[in-house]
Design a protein around this ligand. Structure first.
Ligand SMILES: [Mg+2]
Length: 413
């Protein structure tokens, strides 16, 4: 069932005292230099990747189309449809104001955290692609320019024998030597055979020894050829997390990710401060507000926002700015298609404290076919000089892998 929200909601209704539309703000759309542009439509198409990627397109009366992507999540396309009346008729170059406008308009529907922020992020990415194309500059230029020509990518690694330390080491060897990455991540919340209860967050001694053995085998196999991170997916108690982090201090661990749920900031802070193992958190936090608290309390050594989920390119830039004031590097979490991956790379080149951007799809042999341009090469992303994100969607590939029942975007002019 498709709901037409324009029938349910008058975009001009005065629901709030804080209106940021161009009409209420008195912002003129008339501008020189080809910048007199209005948004005419917003469309989404979901692609069945290793996650259900939500691609977003913003159309204009200038015939220029911006392409973005929202992190996957139930209801995200519907929320984007819901927001369409708030941006149609607006000038897409007013990215900050339109972001604030959407946050304010959607405040009753959860624009502080969760899928509403994700949906806003998808539109925000498309606005950067659009603004770059209108102004004829790459998106990173809108964010202040470059720190680097190439952005480092780390490869999330999997093996069917995820609990076998030697199998993990073999996979690390393969990814370094055959796929060309010098930065890797493995899951550490894998069964060890020593578990008595998978719900209580407590790690038994045999479990800690098993996890330390995975860390030992992988890091000693790759040695200086790659940096290796390990992910725990918010699994353990504070006490167990501290024991695990201490147990692996002697190995060359790039970072230990999400050993505890970060919602309880005091516990997160205590775990991080208890160990010399670098602790990374951030992929499930939203907007600068939530990420800021982790950074200000020094509850993280590395911050890991997910750009098409956390609030988009400018919000990630703001998080990186806060992190930089605390000398904290940024390792962007990313499970997206080439579109949001490239958006992450544009931000990563525009901030001083970028560590790496994640690639989470090496088992998907058509990931790179989604766009015409090469995105990742030898473990790095070369920052494109083309306008906007610098990508061209391959609509045949999009259509081939669309989620059942989806319709393809209208073609870009
Ligand atoms: Mg993670």
């Amino acid at each position: 069932m498709t709901v037409d929200y324009t029938d349910l909601h008058d975009p001009n209704a005065e629901y709030t005292m804080r209106e940021l539309s161009s009409e209420t703000m008195g912002v003129t759309a008339e501008r020189g230099g080809g910048r007199d542009v209005e948004i005419t439509d917003v469309q989404t198409t979901m692609v069945d990747g290793n996650f259900p990627w939500t691609l977003v397109r913003v159309y204009t009366d200038a015939g220029i189309v911006g392409t973005g992507e929202a992190y996957w999540g139930a209801g995200v396309p519907e929320l984007i449809e819901r927001m369409k009346p708030f941006v149609v008729g607006e000038n897409p170059l007013d990215i900050d104001r339109l972001f604030e406008h959407l946050v304010q308009k959607m405040s009753g529907e959860g624009s502080i955290e969760g899928v509403t922020v994700t949906a806003i992020s998808g539109i925000e990415l498309a606005l950067h692609d659009l603004a770059g194309k209108i102004l004829d500059v790459p998106a990173y230029q809108l964010l202040g320019g470059k720190y680097r020509d190439q952005v480092r990518v780390y490869c999330d690694c999997h093996t069917e024998e995820e609990a076998d330390p030697e199998a993990c080491a073999d996979e690390a060897e393969r990814v370094v030597e055959e796929l060309g990455y010098d930065a890797l991540k493995f899951d550490l919340d894998v069964p060890s055979g020593h578990e008595k209860d998978r719900a209580n967050r407590h790690l038994r001694p045999g479990e800690i020894r098993h996890k330390a053995e995975i860390v030992e085998k992988v890091t000693e196999r790759v040695e200086d050829r790659a940096d290796v991170a390990f992910d725990c997916h918010w699994t353990f108690s504070g006490g167990s997390a501290k024991r695990l982090a201490a147990e692996i201090e002697d190995y060359d661990v790039w970072w230990l990710e999400d050993p505890v749920p970060p919602e309880n900031l005091e516990v997160q802070e205590e775990v991080t401060k208890s160990t010399t193992t670098p602790i990374t958190v951030g992929e499930n936090r939203y907007r600068v507000t939530e990420e800021r608290r982790l950074i200000e309390n020094q509850a993280v050594d590395i911050i890991a926002p997910d750009l098409p989920k956390v609030g988009g390119m400018r919000e990630t830039r703001k998080i990186a700015d806060v992190a930089n004031q605390y000398y904290v590097p940024v390792a962007m979490h990313n499970v997206s298609s080439p579109v949001a991956t490239m958006a992450s790379a544009h931000v990563a080149t525009a901030i001083p404290n970028s560590l790496a951007v994640e690639y989470h799809s090496y088992e998907l042999d058509w990931w790179s076919d989604l766009v015409e341009e090469e995105v990742i090469s030898d473990g790095y992303i070369e920052i494109p000089e083309e306008p906007g994100l610098g990508l061209t969607l391959d609509l045949d590939t999009v259509e081939e892998h669309m989620v059942d029942g989806e319709t393809l975007f209208d073609p870009a002019p």
